[in-house]
Ligand binder design. Structure first.
Ligand code: ADP
Ligand code: MG
Length: 726
């Protein structure tokens, strides 16, 4: 089995370039295709009356409410545009709490009295949809008898055309809310959080003389993912149903040579990336960067940053496009946080900043940050936000999948801390004692080769171990997981920042009202913030054991797993935070807590059951065959009069492992067979404390058996094949 997948994979590698993929002699010109399938600003201007266009832009840029006549005009133009491009259907596309996206397609056609059909799409249908989507998780917010859920158009994220083999669908990004107006999705709270942070940021900006009336949270997510040959994928029940391998011995070669990171991209993979990027370009996703990542067969794709709500939509489209395009090249895209034990997992670095309506980045330090008071205030607010709300931030990225990364000696630790870099750390150290007087400069870097240009040296080095790092002109939240919708972490970031900026505004406004000078008031405030929150700043090695100890001394939270982290969502303080800024009310917050717990419980339950299945129906039959073969070999050697010492040793050792596998499989099956009438939280604790350890034990035994079983007899593709045959 395993080896037949290998020969199929070899065939598909040989054949892909002949049968699959587009013609490489006609690469699309990126500038010509960008956004051609998007109902963006240019098309809006061309197709709408001046009045309708102005009204729509006022909604998009200033958040003004959209009236029905404008909606009707937009709907008519939108349909005409879509139908010209071949669209027959439209869909309200939304992001329910499942973490993936949902869509229900409706035809533009409406039957008319004379038996023909006419195309019809009105403003009403554009702005509001009513999918009968009662089966999505709502965390108790909807019982089926009050199951009405509505999708509401998000005019700030432009509609686009999804082209598939046999047609075209107009996709309208929407928010998904209940009959009572409560958020049933991930988009609504994000939009609310963007308004909240905008309001508080504008208040602070005013103090510095800015005329900006809106501030946008911006986001640029770097997506890591694996691509493996599909033949291997189909031969692994765990990859198909859990997205990660539940068994698999460590290969002789892993990532230790570091020959994968930024290495040459294999041709089939590059072709696949190029096609995915081309599709993304057409629907307006500004993808920019691609490269090999650290683990074998691991890659990264990153866009240019955008307003957070658009970035979130585009991120979902990126994941979906990678998944959809990969099979055309005989590949499967794995977005799980830890598809393979023993090699690096995947994350999603969430670059985040704030920008005013004129496009000024509020976290851009300029050449001399020490005298850039406005920058320092926003930067200090981030420090306060992350320190105060570290628990909720940690909870926003908690999942069964991310538990394999965070705090597991890899990627960012589970402890939230901020890396500021030398330059800013130095400035804030000055501020702690009084106003900052100087900025450390990087100078130039002499490479020592006369033909090479002198490079400007960054004032600080990078730090790859920090979960939350300042990287020049934005912060990078690195603990976000590869498979997750990035809405919630950004919602939490915005909420935390709204709170920090609010407190900053209150303090500065009070000082100014007392007649204090702005610069003095700011200096005082900065010193206060840094004294209060400096414990969250850490520039050292986040992976080290010393850091865990030191973080304990600083009383930073160390929430090692999902079950420890999730209750942070429903502390009195967290509930108050989200309620105060009208992002999520108490019911909505609790619903999310319940849904995340349920998701954890179901994930572990599926994985546990899959392991039992694989042990009983794949590993054990193969192991028993080989055991028999060993036993026969012992008696054959004995009848031939040879020494059976070594053969017997092998047989005894192997038999022990097979017995152990049996016992551990039964044990796992037994703990899985439990009733779950307890609360979701008690249930989650049970999953963590009983099921997860039983799975870990069974895996060790399964992997030891793999290491002793002949290759041809092994029923599953191995790590060595999946990661290196490409
Ligand atoms: P780095 O080398 O620090 O990773 P890059 O310039 O490669 O920086 O950017 C990484 C990601 O950060 C990209 O997706 C980029 O668009 C995003 N980014 C850059 N500036 C901002 C910003 N102001 N707000 C949000 N994201 C940003
Ligand atoms: Mg980066």
């Amino acid at each position: 089995m395993g080896s037949s997948a290998l020969s199929e994979a070899a065939k598909s590698i040989r054949d892909w370039s002949i049968t699959e993929g587009r013609n490489p002699s006609k690469p699309a010109n990126a500038a010509d295709i960008f956004g051609t399938r998007v109902f963006g600003e240019k098309v809006q201007q061309e197709r709408l009356s001046k009045t309708a266009y102005r009204a729509l832009r006022a909604t998009i840029t200033r958040g003004e409410a959209l009236d029905l006549p404008t909606a009707d005009a937009v709907a008519a133009a939108l349909m005409a545009w879509a139908v010209e491009h071949g669209a027959t259907h439209y869909t309200h596309w939304f992001q329910p709490m499942t973490g993936i996206t949902a869509e229900k397609h409706d035809s533009f056609l409406a039957p008319s009295a004379d038996g023909t059909a006419i195309s019809e799409f009105r403003g009403k249908e554009l702005i509001k949809g009513e999918p009968d989507a009662s089966s999505f998780p709502s965390g108790g917010m909807r019982s089926t008898f009050e199951a009405r859920g509505y999708t509401a158009w998000d005019p700030t994220s432009p509609p686009w055309l999804h082209m598939h083999r046999n047609g075209v669908t107009l996709v309208i990004p929407t928010a998904f809310v209940s009959w009572t107006g409560e958020a049933l999705d991930k988009k609504t709270p994000l939009l609310r959080s963007m308004e909240a942070v905008s309001k508080q940021a504008v208040r602070v900006l005013k103090l510095f003389g800015s005329t900006a009336e809106r501030v946008f949270a911006t986001c640029g997510p770097e997506q890591e993912y694996f691509l493996i040959d599909r033949n291997f994928y189909f031969a692994r029940p765990d990859l198909i149903n859990a997205g990660r391998t539940l068994f698999g011995a460590k290969p002789p070669k892993g990532q230790e040579l570091e020959d994968q990171y930024f290495g040459t991209i294999p041709e089939r993979v590059l072709a696949c990336m190029a096609e995915a990027e081309e599709e993304l370009f057409r629907v307006g996703v500004p993808v920019k960067t691609r490269h090999n990542e650290v683990a074998p067969s691991q890659y990264e794709i990153a866009p240019v940053f955008e307003n957070a709500n658009v970035a979130v939509d585009h991120q979902m489209m990126t994941m979906e496009t990678l998944k959809r395009v990969a099979p055309r090249y005989g590949l499967e895209c794995l977005l799980h946080e830890k598809p393979f034990a023993g090699v690096n997992g995947s994350g999603k670095h969430n670059n985040w900043s704030l920008s005013d309506e004129f496009g000024n980045n509020l976290l851009g330090p300029g050449a001399t940050p020490h005298d850039n008071m406005q920058f320092l205030v926003f930067c200090a607010a981030v420090i306060r936000a992350v320190d105060r709300w570290q628990g909720v931030l940690r909870a926003s990225i908690a999942s069964a999948g991310n538990d394999h990364r965070l705090g597991a000696n890899e990627a960012p630790p589970a402890i939230l801390s901020i890396f500021l870099g030398d330059q800013l750390t130095d400035i804030f150290e000055q501020i702690e004692k009084g106003p900052a007087k100087s900025t450390k400069q990087g100078g130039t870097l002499d490479v020592g080769v006369s033909v090479l240009p002198k490079l400007p040296r960054d004032a600080g080095d990078r730090n790859r171990t920090s979960p939350f790092a300042f990287t020049g002109n934005k912060f990078e939240f690195r603990a976000v997981s590869s498979g997750q919708n990035i809405s919630f972490p950004n919602t939490v970031l915005n909420a935390a920042m709204a709170d920090a900026l609010d407190s900053v505004a209150v303090e500065l406004e009070a000082a100014l009202a007392k007649g204090e000078e702005l610069n003095k008031a700011v200096s005082k405030l900065l010193t206060k913030i840094i004294k209060e929150h400096k414990r969250i700043i850490f520039n050292g090695n986040g992976y080290s054991a010393e850091w865990a100890k030191e973080a304990g001394k600083r009383k930073l939270l160390n929430l090692k797993n999902t079950v420890d982290a999730l209750p942070q969502l429903v502390t009195k303080e967290a509930v108050k935070l989200f309620d105060k800024y009208k992002i999520l009310n108490e019911r909505e917050m609790h619903a999310r807590y319940e849904i995340f717990l349920e998701n954890y419980n179901k994930t572990i339950n599926i994985e546990g059951n899959l392991m039992v299945l694989m042990a009983n129906r794949y590993i054990l039959p193969a192991a028993l065959d080989y055991q028999k073969q060993l036993a026969q070999s012992v008696s054959a050697v004995r009848s031939a009069g040879g020494s059976t010492v070594q053969a017997k040793k092998l047989l005894t050792g192997y038999t022990k492992l097979v017995d152990k596998l049996r016992v551990q499989t039964d044990l796992l099956a037994k703990v899985l067979d439990h009733s779950s009438s307890a609360s979701a939280f008690a249930h989650a604790k049970y999953m963590r404390d009983k099921i997860v350890p039983a799975m870990e034990n069974l895996r060790v035994t399964g992997d030891s058996i793999e290491e002793l079983t002949p290759h041809g007899a092994w029923p599953l593709p191995t790590y060595r094949e999946m990661l290196f045959v490409k």
